[in-house]
Design a protein around this ligand. Structure first.
Ligand SMILES: N[C@@H](CCC(=O)N[C@@H](CS)C(=O)NCC(=O)O)C(=O)O
Length: 223
């Protein structure tokens, strides 16, 4: 099988979900890093593949697909040797889909809404309401954690997707163990049981944290 091309950035949680999924199911990726600062995602060529101009985008056998949640379902449905990451049972799929929407609409949206002003617009600090919206998201996750994993008792695409934004959020804005003990236990479980979690999540979350701190210093100097 020819490798699938993945257009991504090192830090993006969405791209990391695709990398983790591909690695877990043994799909080879040809990674092309896209420089968002140089606006490489706004070229005509990129927009033809993905009019939403987001990373990640994949090209598989000439077909371009975007949105990490759609991509990871596609990869598992097409290439995984079994359906454990996205079981065929419709109720289980609906539960996983709910968590994928939660990652997209809550975890990633709040992460992006908090970091984009610091990374790209020179903001000198994180407003309190944004910080609180992140802590509120942790409380929602605490309530959803009824078993060892987000859906049932084994690893699924719900964990892979949520682990990405969650690890970056936790590195920057740590989860309070008193308020969210189940979430803290879940984060340790991911460290033990999610393959490649260190390489794709923890190390890259650390890099995001370093970049965040450096930007805060620069933005405050420029004030
Ligand atoms: N829902 C999308 C979100 C992807 C996304 O927004 N990625 C950011 C980088 S973290 C991006 O591409 N930003 C550039 C842009 O929106 O123009 C996914 O899961 O793939």
């Amino acid at each position: 099988m020819a490798p699938i091309t993945l257009y991504t950035t090192y830090r993006t949680p969405a791209g990391r979900a695709v990398e983790i999924t591909a690695k877990l199911i043994g799909v080879e990726l040809d990674i092309k890093l896209v420089d968002l600062v140089k606006k490489e995602h706004l070229t005509d060529e990129y927009l033809k593949m993905n009019p939403q101009h987001t990373v990640p985008t994949i090209v598989d056998n000439g077909v371009a697909l975007y949105d990490s949640h759609a991509i990871i379902i596609y990869l598992v449905s097409k290439y995984a040797k079994d359906d454990s990451l996205y079981p065929k049972d419709l109720v289980t799929q609906a539960r996983i889909n709910a968590l994928l929407h939660f990652e997209s609409g809550v975890l990633f949206a709040r992460l992006r809404g908090t970091l984009a002003p610091i990374f790209y617009q020179g903001a000198p600090s994180v407003p309190e309401d944004k910080l609180n919206s992140i802590y509120d998201a942790y409380v929602l996750l605490e309530g959803m954690l009824q078993s060892d994993y987000l859906v049932g008792n084994s690893l699924t695409l719900a964990d892979i997707s949520c682990s990405t934004s969650l690890s970056t959020l936790h590195a920057l804005f740590p989860v309070d163990a008193d308020k969210c003990p189940k979430l803290i236990a879940y984060l340790s479980r991911l460290e033990q049981n999610l393959p490649n979690h260190k390489e794709y999540n923890l190390d890259r979350a650390k890099a995001a944290e370093a970049f965040f701190k450096q930007k805060l210093i620069e933005n405050n100097k420029a004030k």
